[in-house]
Design a protein around this ligand. Structure first.
Ligand code: NAD
Length: 419
């Protein structure tokens, strides 16, 4: 099994090059460009963790707050061997644009620990999470900075963060989102990113005549985002999910994968490629599968000039992951006439429902699942329509239009706050 291409371009460079195109479009002042491309605050910590065998291993962790002009900083925490300062900064920056584009009252942040969590036992993972939380707690808080799950972190990890923070500050559920529902998490949060992607795909399908019902979908990544998206596309949109992958490889069935069967298989911690309901393929082969919708939903910088931008065979690229497309690959896709639904529009469902979770925690009031879904659909559709209309009006890509709207909102907040 072959691993897909890993980042060839720095996270900061990716966001910078895309930023410039949109900043030019709205004639952004140079001092504002400086503010909006620099992080507000960066914290780097060393995280010593006692392993089960008694040894102590030290990991490096980051929390980067990119911008908080529109509200408390907001963004996930990832545990990954390739998480580093540059990647976290790029992702924190995307969060600022994402919250602004959704018009929710947050800024952008991201955190991470450079670690392979698969090497750790559950107790070691808990100790790592608690120690990391202790070291960054000084910059967290419901009105300061609110983490959420990201790659290799989940509701359980958020529960440990909540407990660690609350043990010193008193019960503070709003300090973190993506919690278990029984600890103040929101109904619908776990599936929210996948659900939001589906809503955006449905709008695009209606506008541009790409079939979603019966449409062929390929998804890279079968974690939180990829698996919920696949399930919902199958069950609610009538799409045909024909191939998915995880870190170990992929599975293809031209007639459409049986999603309930595949989900039951992975629930036993088995790789998708070991499932009998399709043909095992490599991670590289996944990119060559002809489809209507291609959804990278794993890591960043997987669509590159070198690897696959000229060869992927889809009608629309939907960025489920953050920053899956390098800027050069983005230009190639533009030349090839393949529209890209950009990450900070397509995958904004998670942070949007995180906002609802935060609001519910502050009010100590619970919404129904239907209410969450209804509000999510309204919010993400409104953002999509604004992006679509601006892209048409200015004859730019959906990504540049999305950036322009987000930059305008953050710049306005910065100007109003003054210096
Ligand atoms: P996850 O850890 O739950 O799942 C990641 C999936 O990707 C797993 O199936 C893993 O096996 C697979 N994967 C990892 N490396 C791979 C590789 N080299 N090749 C193929 N597959 C690989 O993570 P997630 O929460 O689903 O996040 C996925 C992406 O979506 C990330 O870019 C994340 O930043 C972004 N995102 C997540 C959320 C959220 O709410 N979880 C919200 C917005 C964006």
């Amino acid at each position: 099994m072959t691993a897909p291409a890993r980042p060839t371009m720095s996270g900061k460079a990716i966001t910078q090059s895309q930023f410039d195109r949109a900043a030019d479009l709205i004639n952004l002042e140079s001092y504002m460009r400086r503010i909006l491309t620099s992080p507000f605050r960066e914290v780097q910590v060393e995280v010593p963790v006692r392993l089960d065998d008694g040894r102590i291993e030290v990991f490096t962790g980051y929390r980067i707050q990119h911008n908080g002009a529109r509200g408390p900083c907001k963004g996930g925490i990832r545990f990954h061997p390739s998480a580093d300062h540059d990647e976290i900064l790029g992702l924190a920056t995307i969060m600022t644009w994402k919250t602004a584009l959704m018009d929710i009252p947050f800024g952008g942040a991201k955190g991470g620990v450079t670690v392979d969590p698969k090497r750790l036992s559950r107790l070691e993972l808990e100790r790592l999470t608690r120690r990391f939380t202790q070291r960054i707690a000084i910059v967290l808080g419901p009105y300061r900075d609110i983490p959420a799950p990201d790659v290799n972190t989940n509701a359980q990890v958020m529960a440990w963060i909540l407990d660690e923070y609350s043990s010193r500050q008193g019960y503070t559920p709003a300090v973190v989102t993506g919690k278990p529902v029984s600890l103040g998490g929101s109904l619908g949060r776990e599936e929210a990113t996948g659900r939001g992607i589906m809503y955006v795909m449905a709008e695009f399908a209606r506008d541009f005549g790409v079939p979603l019902k019966g449409g062929r979908v390929v998804i890279q990544g079968f974690g939180n985002v990829g698996s919920h998206l696949a399930r919902l596309l199958d069950a609610e949109a009538g799409a045909k999910v024909i191939a998915v992958s995880d870190v170990q490889g992929g599975i293809l069935n031209d007639k459409g994968l049986n999603l309930p069967g595949l989900l039951a298989h992975v629930a036993d911690n088995k790789p998708v490629s070991a499932w009998k309901g399709g043909k095992a393929i490599t991670n590289d082969e996944l990119w060559a599968v002809p489809c209507d919708w291609l959804v990278p939903a794993a890591l960043g910088s997987v669509i590159t000039k070198e690897a696959n931008a000229r060869t992927i065979d889809c009608k629309v690229l939907v960025e489920g992951a953050n920053a899956p497309t390098t800027p050069t690959a983005d230009l190639i896709l533009e030349e090839r006439g393949i529209p890209v639904l950009p990450d900070f529009l397509a995958n904004a469902g998670g942070v949007t429902v995180s906002y609802y979770e935060w609001a519910q925690n502050l009010q100590q009031y619970r919404w129904t699942h239907e209410q969450v879904n209804r509000e999510l659909q309204a919010t993400i559709t409104k953002a999509y329509v604004a992006v679509r209309d601006l892209a048409k009006q200015k004859a730019v890509t959906l990504r540049t239009a999305a950036y322009a709207i987000a930059l305008q909102r953050v710049a306005e907040a910065e100007r109003l706050r003054g210096n």
